[in-house]
Design a protein around this ligand. Structure first.
Ligand code: SLL
Length: 149
């Protein structure tokens, strides 16, 4: 449908990763050299449903991972893996069909190790960011959908 020239709508999101050293509780199929278990995610700030405007989230992992392109088609838009190294994860957000918006692509650096030196022994590592997805000149249909929530 027609784009509304004078409008810009933004929606808040939280994205990032948590990670823990694996102790005796290893997933049975985790390779021996894997030291950490981690989760990467995209979610609403209060964990509210974001699937009314987001259709799919694709996490592209380091090529050392088998099937390194991981496609998540429903919430929660998250992925848990094990590994030994930090790397940049490419996140691609696909919006619902009606939005007629381009795929939004950005990177998150997976963190496994404490980088906050005030908390060197923290058990769970967190690297989490707040951001706003801005839709400039949304089409009428998408605007209605964004406004109903
Ligand atoms: C590094 N540049 O050298 C980074 C690469 C790769 C991480 C990190 C395990 C993959 C797998 C894994 O953690 N790869 O075994 O499936 O630090």
């Amino acid at each position: 449908s027609k784009r509304i020239k004078t409008i810009s709508v933004s929606r808040p999101v939280i994205y990032g990763n948590t990670a823990k050293k694996m102790g005796d509780t290893r997933p049975p199929n985790a390779p021996a050299e894997h030291t950490h278990i981690w989760t990467i995610f995209l979610r609403g700030p209060q964990n509210e449903d974001i699937s009314y405007y987001i259709k799919q989230v694709v996490f592209k992992l380091h090529d050392t991972y088998p099937n390194s392109t991981r496609i998540i088609n429903a919430p929660p838009f998250e992925l848990t893996e094990t590994g030994w190294g930090e790397f940049d994860i490419n996140i691609k957000i696909h919006f619902i069909e009606d939005a007629n918006e381009k795929v939004l692509s950005f990177y998150h650096r997976l963190r496994l190790h404490p980088y906050d030196m005030t908390q060197p022994n923290q058990e769970e590592i967190k690297s989490i960011f707040y951001d706003e997805l801005v839709f400039n000149e949304p089409n009428e249909q998408f605007f209605q959908i964004l406004m109903t929530k």
